[in-house]
Each structure stands twice: as structure tokens, then as C-alpha cells.
Design a protein around this ligand. Structure first.
Ligand SMILES: Cc1ncc(C[n+]2csc(CCOP(=O)(O)OP(=O)(O)O)c2C)c(N)n1
Ligand code: SF4
Ligand SMILES: [Mg+2]
Length: 278
């Protein structure tokens, strides 16, 4: 093989766009972006074969900061968009980025059905237990006693348990990460992208502006004490009873990914374009 034919290896910087992130200094999402670019480089995927899809929120700004194809969609609808894209273009690697408000509140119903459908894509939720972009309203993962001017005395509401909900709904890969653990988050993303079917990765990513208390997460996280299982019952029991801070791959399933029904008309994208032009 001639050396001239060997494509140079891509580096994480090759997946970054020229757009400078406008996240607050210290926001956990900076590290999530780094994990994305490192994972893409490790997988050696050409940027034009990756699509990063998102909804709305600070976390959902991430497609603009990568050099891949991107779609900054409407609030809570990223999964519907991404599923359609992956079914039409199975050759592309589809990674969806969301936040706890975008993904579990307005997009909650789509989350359930995306897990159930098991389309081969990776769903990353940057969970900071708050609506960061709109200045600190409680989200479905905010602690009931979290007391602010926007939720005086706390909401008193039991938080949502995204990992158990994902498992019960049929996600084929479930992991929890912490943005500050860059190497581990990169390793998990590489596996999540490679795993067939719907992979769900919840990344605890502190909002230093509206949840300065989350700086303490760095001291609270610890590696999951047991290896990932392929038994959803066992995984659910472990996740239900853990302290919410064990990180790593918690479930690797073996369901076959969604395949469009045999005989389904193939989509002629040029025809679709003509429809839009009318
Ligand atoms: C239909 C609609 N409703 C409400 C909003 C306002 N809004 C923008 S971002 C957001 C919450 C984002 O929270 P989260 O997904 O947790 O992202 P974060 O900013 O914390 O990363 C809301 C309610 C909107 N843009 N569109
Ligand atoms: S408001 Fe919070 S989530 Fe948004 S950029 Fe600032 S620190 Fe990050
Ligand atoms: Mg949030």
C-alpha cells in the first residue's frame, strides 16, 4: 500500500467549528463538547458522515460548535427529527444532544417512544437539574426542596428518574457520565455510538450559574461498583437503588435495532425537495 493513499488520522480539533461557545465560564457543557470531538476522532468518522441534532437550551447549542452536519431543531423535538433522518439515511452516524428541560419535560413523550423504537442512534442528555437558558426554572430532575425565587420553598415534586425510564421503555444501552470525567465520558460515547440501537447517555453537567452547588458533583461521582449487565431487571434494580452518582455503562442490551418495514417505499429525496419548492 502506498503511503500517499493513507488518509491522515483525524484529531479532535478537526471536529470543532470556528464558532466560539458562549456558555458561561466553567459550564460543564465545555467538557461535553470536548468528549464529543474526542470520541469522533477515536472512531475515525469523517465529520460529513456525522449529524449532531439538538433541541433548545444551553446544552442544545452544541451542534454549532462542531464541524459535523448539525440541526438545531425546535424545543423538545430533536428525537423525532433524528429518528426520521436515521431511517432515511442509515449510512450516517446520528448523535442527539439535549438538556433535562428539552429532553424530559417538553420532549418527554418523544423520549419514551424513541427508546421503544430503538432506532440506531445515540441520545446524550446534559442534565444540570435546571433550565439554564431561561434562567433557572426547575426541571423534571430538580430536587423537590430546591428553593429559589422561581420555586419558593421548592416544588415538592418527586424528580424524574431518566435512566430507569429509558430502561423500562426499551433503550438498548444506558450509561451515566460526569462532564468533568473527560476520559471516561469519551470512552462511554465511543461505545454508545458503536452499540446497535438506541443508546442513552445521561451526562451530569453542572450549571455553574444557576446551580453553583453542582460544583460539588466532582467530589460526589464515583465509578459504578459493578460491571454493566444485559439483564434489564437487574440494571433497573441497581439504578433505582444507587445514589445517583455512580458513573459508567450500566446496561448493554441486545435488542435488534429498528428496521423500516420490508417493502416500505424508499424515499426519493429529490422528489421531496421538489415538493418543498412548490
Ligand atoms: C416551545 C418553547 N417553549 C419554551 C421555550 C423556552 N425555553 C428555551 S430553553 C428552555 C429550557 C432549557 O432547559 P434544558 O433543556 O435543561 O437546557 P439547559 O439550558 O439547562 O442546558 C425553555 C423552557 C422555547 N424555546 N420553546
Ligand atoms: S446558564 Fe448554566 S447551563 Fe447555561 S451556559 Fe451558563 S452555566 Fe451553562
Ligand atoms: Mg438543563
Amino acid at each position: 500500500m502506498s503511503i500517499a493513499n493513507v488518509a491522515p488520522a483525524l484529531k479532535p480539533a478537526d471536529y470543532k467549528s470556528d464558532t466560539t461557545p458562549i456558555w458561561c465560564p466553567g459550564c460543564g457543557d465545555y467538557h461535553v463538547l470536548l468528549s464529543f470531538t474526542r470520541a469522533f476522532a477515536r472512531l475515525g468518522l469523517p465529520p460529513e458522515e456525522i449529524v449532531v441534532v439538538s433541541g433548545i437550551g444551553c446544552s442544545s447549542r452544541i451542534p454549532a460548535y462542531t464541524n459535523c452536519y448539525g440541526f438545531h431543531g425546535v424545543h423538545g423535538r430533536s428525537l423525532a427529527l433524528a429518528a426520521g433522518l436515521k431511517v432515511a439515511r442509515p449510512d450516517l452516524t446520528v448523535v442527539v444532544a439535549s438538556g433535562d428541560g428539552d429532553g424530559y419535560s417538553i420532549g418527554g413523550n418523544h423520549f419514551l417512544h424513541a427508546c421503544r423504537r430503538n432506532v440506531d442512534m445515540t441520545y446524550v442528555v446534559m442534565d444540570n437539574h435546571i433550565y439554564g437558558m431561561t434562567k433557572g426554572q426547575p426541571s423534571p430532575t430538580t430536587e423537590p426542596e430546591f428553593d429559589t425565587a422561581l420555586s419558593p420553598g421548592g416544588t415538592g415534586l418527586r424528580p424524574f428518574h431518566p435512566l430507569v425510564i429509558a430502561l423500562a421503555s426499551g433503550a438498548n444501552f444506558v450509561a451515566r457520565c460526569f462532564s468533568g470525567e473527560l476520559n471516561q465520558t469519551t470512552d462511554v460515547l465511543v461505545e454508545a455510538i458503536q452499540h446497535p440501537g438506541f443508546s442513552f447517555v445521561e451526562i451530569l453537567s453542572p450549571c455553574v450559574t444557576f446551580r453553583p452547588d453542582e460544583r460539588a458533583w466532582k467530589q460526589l461521582v464515583h465509578p459504578a461498583p459493578v460491571a454493566a449487565t444485559n439483564d434489564p431487571g437487574k440494571a433497573a434494580r441497581r439504578i433505582m437503588t444507587d445514589d445517583g452518582f455512580n458513573i459508567g455503562i450500566l446496561y448493554r442490551g441486545d435488542r435488534s435495532p429498528y428496521q423500516p418495514p420490508i417493502g416500505m417505499a424508499t424515499i426519493d429525496l429529490s422528489e421531496l425537495e421538489k415538493e418543498f419548492e412548490r
